[in-house]
Design a protein around this ligand. Structure first.
Ligand code: PBG
Length: 320
């Protein structure tokens, strides 16, 4: 007890504080999410996400080389197809002409040491912006969406993806994807599941960037209710049984309790996605000089680690 016990003794100097730090964060644990568009020589900043760009495959190759030289060697690729390529089923998601497939082929060829994950979801490819197939009366159909998602995953594997990352939240998609990959010989392609993905308002800037806002309704019939945490464990348990290699919790900071529970319950690697809205909030406050951007970034990412994440997906990855 005080005065014999003094907690401040361990905080006296920087060296001492570093010596007893319980958590640390390294670039090898970061994943850089990138938005890929078709064409060439394109590097366009996204208004709602300053410091984040739409890259054509050739420009992504240039940037990825620089970022990898700094120690961030894992990417998560999102495709942003032209409006005219979208249809009811999102079939362009399966095309080897798609921006993600094109970027994978290029990156795989020139930077084979990179780890390349791809987002598997139909929302950027469907004309209605939902993550699955729609019925005539506007319901998102689960089972009908699985084959498309599995085929999308396969086309990414064929183009060179190290792993696929399904974010659609359809039931049974992990098994459907695993089976499809295995049946086609891609037994080593990883599945990083967006296992506990919440219907969150923090995805707003992403939907601007990916042009994937649903044209009607919302995603609450497939993404999770923010009020629930036991349900997250059920989602994760199912994904483990279906063959996921990595479990993701998303968003990050509002769901630290879910990350901590996931860490306690499962032995698989846990990823946390520091999503677009979390990034944009820090950026916006920093622009107004209301917050120290670098300190806020480090604290945010460290908190995700402290809660139990092994892997952190963040738009700050190139700037860390
Ligand atoms: C696609 C998808 C979304 C995000 C990742 N994959 C958006 C959504 O579900 O509407 C969000 C990522 C972010 O906000 O940074 N379904």
């Amino acid at each position: 007890m005080f005065p014999e016990t003094r907690m401040r003794r361990l905080r006296q100097t920087e060296t001492l504080r570093e010596l007893v730090a319980e958590t640390s964060l390294e670039r090898r644990q970061l994943v850089w999410p990138v938005f890929v568009v078709s064409g060439s020589k394109r590097r366009e900043e996204i208004p709602s996400l300053p410091g984040v760009f739409h890259f054509s495959p050739d420009m992504l190759l240039e940037e990825a080389k620089k970022v990898a030289d700094r120690g961030v060697k894992t990417l998560l690729l999102f495709g942003v197809p032209l409006q005219e390529k979208k249809d009811e089923l999102g079939t362009f998601a399966l095309s080897e002409e798609g921006p993600v497939q094109q970027a994978l082929m290029l990156l795989k060829k020139h930077l084979p040491h990179l780890t390349l994950f791809t987002d598997v979801c139909l929302c950027a490819y469907t004309s209605h912006g939902h993550c699955g197939v729609l019925s005539e009366d506007g319901q998102v159909l689960n089972d009908e969406s699985l084959e498309l998602l599995a085929s999308m995953a396969l086309s990414h594997a064929e183009a060179g993806a190290t792993g696929v990352s399904p974010s659609d939240m359809m039931d049974g998609r992990i098994a459907a994807i695993r089976n499809k990959l295995d049946a086609n010989g891609f037994v080593d392609t990883l599945v990083m599941s967006y296992a506990a993905k919440y219907a969150s308002s923090f995805y707003g800037p992403f939907r601007d960037a990916a042009h994937s806002t649903p044209s009607c309704g919302d995603r609450k019939t497939y993404q999770m209710n923010p009020a629930n945490s036991r349900e997250a464990l059920r989602e994760m348990q199912l994904d483990v049984q279906e063959g996921a290699d990595i479990l993701m919790v998303k968003p990050g900071l509002p769901y630290l309790d879910i990350i901590a529970k996931a860490r306690k319950t499962f032995d698989l690697p846990i990823a946390a996605y520091h999503v677009s809205g979390e990034y944009a909030m820090v950026k916006a406050a920093a622009e107004k000089k209301w917050i120290d951007e670098r300190a806020a970034m480090l604290e945010s990412l460290m908190s995700l680690k402290r809660a139990g994440a092994d892997i952190i997906i963040t738009y700050y990855a190139p700037y860390f």
